[in-house]
Design a protein around this ligand. Structure first.
Ligand code: C5P
Length: 218
């Protein structure tokens, strides 16, 4: 029997990561943060002096990615890069390398390998459309651009980093526009995905809604 997958897609800073992780914890499922793989690819490429628009070069980096996920920590070639990959610069790099078809192809099987018993919650942009099209539950999670920019701003300030709300809003909008407009695996709500608008919804309520859909499906 196929391993059950819950696919959660949506724009940047929509709360996907937190909600997907909590749903996975509640069900005892594995969790895939697919955006982290694009972020790691961007970071690894820049460390090797490979430009983010060099499709063949970056795809080779993606193929060879030496990455280990250990709870909250993410290691690249043995180096703990958990914080580094969350920077705005790497976020921009991730969305540039993610627009390259060979890079997406290089990461496809690596993502599918996360589907292990008893189940997987996967978040990203194309979990329901490309990576796990057979997922029995697909969710499109979103919030207004203002709310998402505000969340990202608070996250950065909370980590003691400098943050400028106007610059974050502009970055988010540029990244979302690129994610929606690209020719491969663009971000979009699928006809078979449940829409979850979280602008006015707390984390617990959002998690509860996904679990309710899951149990209604089962
Ligand atoms: O989700 P996160 O913001 O960490 O993703 C970083 C970037 O990686 C996104 O802006 C998007 O361009 C890309 N991405 C993608 N497909 C995924 C996950 C992330 O294209 N499944």
């Amino acid at each position: 029997m196929a391993v059950p997958v819950i696919a959660i897609d949506g724009p940047s800073a929509s709360g996907k990561g937190t909600i997907a992780q909590r749903v996975a914890d509640a069900l005892g499922f594995h969790y895939l943060d697919s955006g982290a793989l694009y972020r790691l690819t961007a970071l690894a490429a820049s460390r090797q002096g490979i430009h983010w628009d060099d499709e063949h070069g970056v795809a080779a980096v993606a193929h060879a990615l030496d990455v280990r996920f250990a709870g909250e920590h993410i290691y690249l070639a043995g180096d703990d890069v958990s914080h580094m990959i969350r920077s705005e610069t790497i976020g921009v790099g991730a969305s540039q390398v993610a627009a390259l078809p060979l890079v997406r192809a290089a990461l496809l099987e690596r993502q599918r390998a996360f589907a292990q018993a008893p189940g997987l919650v996967a978040d990203g942009r194309d979990m329901g459309s490309v990576v796990f099209p057979q997922a029995p539950l697909k969710v499109f999670l979103t919030a207004t651009a203002e709310v998402r920019a505000e969340r990202r701003y608070k996250q950065l300030i909370g980590r003691g980093e400098n943050a400028d709300l106007a610059a974050i809003t502009a970055d988010l909008e540029a990244r979302d526009a690129r994610d929606r407009a690209r020719s491969v695996a663009p971000l979009r709500q699928l006809p078979d995905a449940h829409l979850l608008e979280t602008s006015a919804l707390g984390i617990e309520a959002a998690v509860g809604q996904v679990l309710q859909w899951w149990h209604a499906n089962a």
